[in-house]
Design a protein around this ligand. Structure first.
Ligand code: ZN
Length: 438
């Protein structure tokens, strides 16, 4: 079983690779990718060349989502045409048809964005099939939790994900679009002890905690940013450990170790962090201005020196001993950062994780929320409440909390709060809680 070989290889890489090993491995993988891309992607024929050291990385051109989409046909190495593929991907999304492969070999993933900024990502079938093992090997699950009986909730559901029934590991896949009562049935029928799901789905299950027969041992979240307060709320309600995987359309960026710290998957993505002058950021606790990634495992659609919108902050080395860099937190996407004009005309940024903390800590009765900033900088907060009475009190609490918190930053917040059900996101990208209009 190929997957199991990958499983152990992935564990060895993270636990035993020294800095030197990591760099040598990255250089080798990168040069393989360059060789393949140069041969098969017309866009790169003249601009790519093999490197002798990672210090030469800046000789390779940068791209971003706009470049990728503009030159889609000549960047991918498998002859996929954007127009046709996009049509099919959008149709599948609308029909919620997540089964089947494109041209029998590829999974197409859409990433959301403001209109005209949609991203289309290609993952080969062979890579998709390895993903469950990546998730497992990199999820920090201790062996004492064996046998693992895992429920893996996937937004993108494809035929690559066959249920696994090995003596010590069973893995059941469900789409995140499955109704809650059906999810609960599956959890109880299969005596699930490990739940892998996006945070928004875990929140849906919060009110069901008393209906779970076999206690959960661990929750592994991915696909969305997991805020600290939310992590604690899940941990205390489900009485289990909660860890996260940092997964993006662009690649499997990072996953938690047994200490619960997020490590960059250095053997799968090459991550460059830069300051405003494009100097490398290596120190912890500093927000890097730019994050540039090279996906080392996907040769169908090479992402070489691709600028991400996410902002990350590195952490101190982890006591687990791995030399894979650790991430303190993911600040979300650039376009999620809200800017407010102060009285002296300067712009004050507010990061999503901070606003989230204010909202989540105001009340226990918020299941989901979304904050929209309009052109005139006024905001609209949509709340999906867990209660249905006393909403005016909740509304007053939220307005009070947010306006007061903003005042500490000299921001005079204009905010409207409305209540309505927020359905689980249907697109496969990270769920957007913070939307800047304009
Ligand atoms: Zn660690």
């Amino acid at each position: 079983m190929n997957g199991l070989v990958d499983f152990f290889r992935l564990i060895v890489h993270r636990n035993l690779f020294s800095h030197k090993h990591i760099q040598a491995y990255q250089l080798k993988q990168l040069n393989n990718l360059i060789k393949h891309t140069k041969k098969h992607a017309p866009y790169y024929q003249k601009t790519l060349h093999p490197l002798t050291s990672l210090n030469e990385l800046n000789q390779l051109p940068l791209i971003n989502k706009a470049t990728l989409m503009e030159h889609f046909d000549t960047i991918n190495t498998v002859g996929i045409h954007k127009e046709e593929a996009m049509k099919i991907a959008v149709k599948k999304e609308k029909d919620k048809d997540y089964l089947g492969y494109y041209q029998d070999h590829f999974v197409l993933g859409l990433s959301s964005g403001t209109s005209g900024n949609k991203g289309l990502f290609i993952t080969p079938k062979s890579l998709t099939k390895k993903l469950p093992f990546v998730f497992l090997a990199r999820s920090g699950l201790p062996l004492r939790f064996l046998p693992y009986r895992i429920l893996f909730m996937l937004r993108v559901f494809s035929q690559g994900f066959n249920d696994i029934n090995a003596p010590m590991i069973s893995l059941k896949y469900l789409s995140t679009m499955t109704p809650v009562n059906e999810i609960m049935d599956q959890i109880n029928t299969h005596k699930i002890n490990i739940l892998m799901a996006p945070p928004s789905l875990c929140r849906l299950l919060l009110p069901q905690v008393h209906h779970i027969h076999t206690p959960l041992k661990m929750i592994v979240t991915y696909a969305e940013v997991l805020e600290e307060e939310e992590k604690q709320r899940l941990a205390s309600t489900f009485q289990c450990k909660v860890i996260e995987i940092y997964q993006a359309s662009e690649g499997q960026m990072a996953s938690a170790c047994s200490h619960g710290h997020l490590h960059i998957n250095e053997d799968m993505v090459l991550v460059e962090l830069k300051d405003q002058n494009m100097n490398e950021v290596t120190q912890p606790h500093v927000v890097a201005h730019k994050m540039i990634i090279t996906n080392l495992v996907n040769v169908a659609q090479p992402l070489i020196r691709y600028e991400m919108n996410d902002l990350i902050v590195l952490d101190d080395p982890c006591p687990c001993g791995s030399h894979f860099r650790t991430i303190k937190h993911v600040l979300g996407r650039h376009d999620d950062v809200f800017f407010f004009t102060l009285e002296d005309g300067t712009k004050q940024p507010l990061f999503p994780d901070l606003i989230s903390r204010w909202i989540i800590t105001t009340s226990e009765n918020i299941r989901e929320y979304q904050l929209i900033q309009h052109n005139d900088e006024s905001c609209e907060l949509i709340i999906d409440p867990m209660i249905h009475n006393d909403l005016s009190h909740l509304k007053a609490q939220l307005i009070e909390r947010l306006t007061q918190a903003c005042l500490e930053y000299q921001i005079h917040l204009k905010i409207k709060v409305t209540f309505k059900a927020i359905p689980l996101p249907q697109d496969k990208a990270k769920y957007k809680r913070f939307i800047v209009q304009g």
